[in-house]
Design a protein around this ligand. Sequence first.
Ligand code: 8YV
Length: 318
Amino acid sequence: MSAVVLLAPGIHPEMRAVLEGKYEVFDMTGYEHPEDVPNLDPGRVRALVSKGESLLGAQLMDALPNLEIIGNFGVGYDGIDVAAAIERGVMVTHTPGVLTDETANMALILALAVTRRIPQMDAFVRAGRWSSEPVALASSIVEKTAGIIGLGKIGSGIARRVEACGARVAYHDRKKLDVSYDFYPTPVQLAEASDILFVSTYGGASTRHLVDAEVLAALGPKGYLVNAARGSIVDEAALIEALRDGKIAGAGLDVFESEPHVPEELRAMPNVVLSPHMGSGTHETRRRMAELNAANLDCHFAGEPVMTPVPEIAGQTG
Ligand code: 8YV
């Protein structure tokens, strides 16, 4: 009999499609507790599929006493209580690598869209105004400094892309890395040196509000903020204030502090480009993520080592 897999609320259809036929799949969308899901015996669930933004705590794990593996459909897994999973002997996997280029592309798209005023240009042409008045000019990123907070896989992808656009790269990370870009030991120092500040680090308690009012003030009235990583890293109230008071010039945002809630103030601002957490949101990349996630489950149930355990577990098992 095939293993029972439970999908956390809101898992994308690409994931379900890859699992169906191989596993007995149930979906928690619309239900708060596994015991509410029709025809599901929580004691039979052996795998739980989450996504980057899912919140999976110890309580949910305890409601699934025979849970063996959590397969996260995404690289970020800050919503999963990994310590609780380790304590219960539950494996946790994620999908690094396959979404790196796509997410770095999204950060670049947001940076160019907000600095080059693409939404305004689009609205302008659609309104038929070109022939009747001059088009307002945009800001260039050429010969400007792009500061990147977090020079991991996606941050390095952003660095390569903005360099190709003619910008200089600087970065902040926990430590200086073996790269030619200028390193700044704090986000404030990086922001002071940057014209565009990209947020590209992981979410969770340790990076919460790393970008705060002080960092935004250091970025300055001509500076732009781009975040395609996690909403929790930016103090959203401080960001709204900085945008409203002209302390920074604009922002490109794919992620928000309390998704799916996007503050009304942000939605009303013309100097902000917004996207609904779609960094990995193409058919091709979501398919690759689903396949890697399913491959991890397949390995686990075949008694083989999983392909991409989260670093806390990979470190543990060597
Ligand atoms: C989401 C992400 O997981 O990989 C991540 O960390 O945030 C995204 O790829 C994706 O939107 C699935 O919901």
